[in-house]
Design a protein around this ligand. Structure first.
Ligand code: PAF
Length: 307
């Protein structure tokens, strides 16, 4: 079946309800994106398609989460290619609204606040970014809710219960994923938030819509990020001390890479685990986070550590 494109919230509700009914579906998945899709997004879409009867992917470049107007302007817009990629994964509906459709009254006066969890790491370098991202994610989660388009009084599925609802986010944006999970839990959103593992190029670089802005030299230099993370992963797997300082020195020795942060943190709170990552053998669960500017591009990456 070919993918359907809708651009209004009303169209999304009508079509997703129609599809759920036609398929006698019991579950709906949402894949929020900003377009410029790559194999990482394809993995999100595939996971959603494998686990839900109806899958909606949204494509919306959210002005609220860009601090810099130039960055917003140059964000790649590739709708035709995006639709083709989503269709290949079996996505049913693409929702690509205009800015006016999402923010009909202009920028919202009331927003989601990401709190302490959103102020560190990416939040420290990009003030307001996570408030903007969470605000649109909250709206998208509401738009994509499976019962939203069903007639009033309808119980939903044939069995009478409401369809289950899942939304898919990449683990590459670890802080965003942690924040969306907290938002859904803290504010009782009726949705399961699913994290999907990072997809990497053969040389280890984490896929990102921004990689296309790297020159060949910058791309080579950027590989030090995933190499340094892999080093920590190998040490954790071998129950060795992580020796974060030596991994840090490796990144700092690359002249084209301007390191922002590199640390090992608790996966839930994102607080640094300073004591556990230097001389003593690593034990437990953690996340190694890294961010750097390479040429014109800010790159982030992370790996889960477990020992
Ligand atoms: O990760 C992204 O692409 C965006 O931050 C999201 C979740 C689609 C919200 O605009």
């Amino acid at each position: 079946m070919s993918i359907q494109l809708v651009t209004t919230v009303a169209g999304l509700h009508t079509e997703s309800a129609r599809l759920l009914k036609a398929k006698q579906g019991t579950s709906q998945g949402l894949v929020p994106t900003m377009g410029a899709l790559h194999e990482g997004h394809a993995a999100l879409a595939r996971t959603a398609v494998e686990n839900n009867d109806v899958v909606v992917a949204s494509i919306f470049v959210n002005p609220l989460q860009f601090g810099d107007a130039a960055d917003l302007d140059r964000y790649p817009r590739t709708l035709d290619a995006d639709l083709a990629l989503l269709e290949e994964q079996g996505v049913d509906l693409a929702f690509a609204p205009s800015v006016e459709e999402v923010y009909p009254g202009g920028e919202p006066l009331v927003r989601i606040t990401s709190g302490r969890l959103g102020e560190k790491w990416e939040g420290a370098s990009r003030p307001g970014h996570f408030d903007g991202a969470l605000t649109v994610v909250a709206k998208l989660l509401h738009y994509g809710m499976p019962a939203a388009g069903l007639p009033a009084g309808s119980a939903g599925t044939a069995g009478g219960s409401l369809p289950s609802y899942r939304a898919y986010f990449g683990q590459k944006d670890a802080q965003q994923l942690a924040l969306v999970q907290r938002m859904a839990a803290d504010l009782n959103f009726p949705v399961e938030i699913v994290g999907v593992p990072t997809v990497r190029a053969d040389d280890g670089l984490a896929l990102s819509s921004r990689n296309r802005f790297l020159s060949d030299d910058e791309r080579d230099a950027a590989l030090v990020l995933s190499r340094a993370l892999r080093l920590l992963e190998e040490r954790a797997n071998a129950h060795e001390p992580l020796d974060l300082d030596s991994a840090l020195a490796m990144v700092e020795s690359q002249p084209l890479v301007e390191l922002d942060y590199f640390d090992v943190v608790d996966p839930g709170t994102l607080e640094p685990l300073a004591e556990n990552c230097r001389e003593t053998p690593f034990r437990g669960e953690a996340l190694a986070l890294i961010a750097a500017k390479v040429g014109p591009v800010r790159l982030i990456d992370n790996v889960p550590l477990s020992s």
